[in-house]
Design a protein around this ligand. Structure first.
Ligand SMILES: NC(=O)c1ccc[n+]([C@@H]2O[C@H](COP(=O)([O-])OP(=O)(O)OC[C@H]3O[C@@H](n4cnc5c(N)ncnc54)[C@H](OP(=O)(O)O)[C@@H]3O)[C@@H](O)[C@H]2O)c1
Length: 264
């Protein structure tokens, strides 16, 4: 589907997972797509998209590196951005996020990427957004960062705390932007399969590469169907339709990918 617009979207962390799917879907729509990632040379899936879509370009951006963000901002000087999608994040392995064995370098890294990075890049690109027609800034939050939703088993100290910090910063920013009609939204994409969990049958042993990413207790619950996962396609198609409909009056700020309100 090509919706014949000349709108521009920029997505961070777009070389894999949900970010890559945003690029695919906006690319298919015919938007001007700025796909940012840390290492464009290694972004093979993005390069494959660019081959068939002249409207998609890849630009380097590490959201924790102010020199990298300055360079991006210089490259885009004077270019309107209609939709900025702050997608990049760092989950990290679960073991060093358990109380008693916390890795504090990793804790700090989670904050650098998940809480500070999205604000850092948004601050640098705000003039581009002001030049845009639709002026939408999207942050990918997480149910894992919802204080209201915490229930045992508690997991992921650094990821969860950094996402909760992001949520607060976005709430601040939302109020700040209202007066100039810049639309801010915080979206939980759902529990999205970016690593192949949906291929696991109920009795399959848990592969090590998966237990390194997500606590085994959660993987078991996914296997048993107690926690339903969705594909990147399903999540992004819902988010796109929600983002299309966003206006300055849309409430609440924090929602699930289908627009259902999320508890803080
Ligand atoms: N998947 C889920 O179930 C789920 C649930 C709730 C919320 N979310 C949120 O949705 C978003 C996307 O999640 P995902 O599952 O697609 O994540 P993912 O598969 O782990 O991908 C993360 C992306 O962020 C990039 N990234 C990491 N550090 C970066 C940095 N310093 N600068 C720029 N890019 C960086 C990664 O690039 P490299 O390849 O270079 O590392 C990668 O492209 C995240 O904000 C996540 O917290 C996801």
């Amino acid at each position: 589907m090509n919706d014949q617009t000349s709108k521009t979207v920029l997505v961070t962390g777009s070389n894999r997972g949900i970010g890559l799917e945003f690029i695919k879907q906006y690319g298919e729509r015919g938007w001007d797509v700025i796909a940012t990632c840390r290492n464009p040379d290694n972004a093979l899936k993005l390069k494959a998209i660019v081959k068939d879509h002249s409207n998609v370009r890849i630009v380097a951006a590490d959201i924790t590196d102010s020199a990298s963000i300055d360079q991006l901002s210089d490259q885009l000087d004077g270019e309107p951005i209609d939709v900025l999608i702050n997608n990049a994040a760092y989950l990290g392995p679960p073991e060093p996020q358990k109380f008693g064995q916390i890795d504090y370098e990793m804790f700090a890294r989670s904050f650098e990427v998940n809480a500070i990075g999205p604000i850092r890049i948004t601050e640098k690109l705000i003039e581009n957004i002001r030049l845009g027609e639709t002026k939408k800034i999207i942050f990918l939050g997480s149910a894992a960062g919802s204080i209201a939703q915490i229930a045992p088993p508690v997991t992921l100290y650094s990821y969860r705390a950094s996402k909760a910090a992001l949520h607060l910063a976005v709430h601040n920013f939302y109020h700040e932007m209202l007066s100039e009609n810049v639309i801010v939204s915080l979206i939980n994409p759902g529990l999205v399969d970016t690593r192949g969990f949906l291929e696991l049958k109920p009795d399959d042993p848990i592969p090590e590469e998966l237990s390194k990413i997500v606590p085994e207790t959660l993987i078991r619950m996914i296997q048993e169907g107690k926690i339903p996962m969705i594909t990147t396609y399903e999540s992004v198609i819902k988010m796109l339709s929600y983002i299309d409909e966003l206006t300055i009056d849309t409430e609440p700020l924090f929602v699930n990918c289908d627009g259902a309100p999320m508890p803080w």
